[in-house]
Design a protein around this ligand. Structure first.
Ligand code: FMN
Length: 186
């Protein structure tokens, strides 16, 4: 079993990372993490190469990630909420999924991505709402053939309670791992 984690937090040892550690402890199989703030992945610049051609014209680390996306069984999107959204760098990585949209919409190419399970972990200080971030995460997951998605896990009070001390979030992170492992979420 192969799992891809897309981590939208810039903070080492922050709320997202600590929940990710809980998730990884339960997860079986192989796991690859893309740290949006530390990877060398540029945003899509709408060059439109993928409207006519297979693949993406930008030759960076995303080329490896595309291969992993095509073969993996699960994808977890984990991010802090910034101004009610996923973080900018995570959206940069997600923008590269446009290649898959263009393959299907403009070139009518068959989908080459294995159907997979999805998970979403969001953390926020407590301002506003997180539903915009959740809905964006779902759009990104759908784009990579991920429709069997566990209910989002949210720790939305980190200004007062670190996510690692939020029992619901910690349990939720473990449950996503169990869902990916193929076991009951209960
Ligand atoms: C630029 C910026 C924007 C933020 N916007 C929100 C927000 O809209 N809602 C919220 O609840 N928290 C917001 N926060 C707080 C973070 O989501 C929160 O501190 C989170 O726990 C950080 O996660 P991390 O430690 O994994 O990076 C914002 C933080 C920053 C730096």
């Amino acid at each position: 079993m192969k799992t891809l984690i897309l981590n939208g937090s810039p903070r080492i040892g922050g709320d997202t990372e600590r929940l990710l550690n809980v998730f990884r402890q339960k997860l079986e199989g192989e796991c690859k993490t893309v740290d949006a703030y530390r990877c060398g992945i540029s945003p899509c610049v709408d060059c439109r190469y993928c409207r006519e051609n297979e693949g993406c014209a930008i030759d960076d680390e995303m080329q490896q990630v595309y291969r992993y996306i095509e073969e993996c069984d699960n994808v977890l999107i984990a991010s802090p909420i910034y101004f009610s959204e996923l973080t900018g760098k995570l959206l940069d990585v997600g923008s590269r999924f446009q290649m898959y949209f263009c393959a299907a919409f403009f070139r009518k190419a068959p989908i080459k991505i294995k159907p997979k399970k999805g998970g979403i972990i969001l953390v926020g200080g407590g301002d506003g709402a997180a539903d915009k971030g959740e809905s964006t995460a779902k759009v990104l997951l759908h784009q990579i053939n991920c429709f069997d998605i566990h209910p989002a896990v949210l720790s939305h009070n980190t200004n007062n309670l670190p996510a690692i001390e939020d029992e619901n979030a910690v349990t939720g992170a473990r449950r996503i791992a169990e869902f990916f492992n193929g076991k009951s979420a209960d």
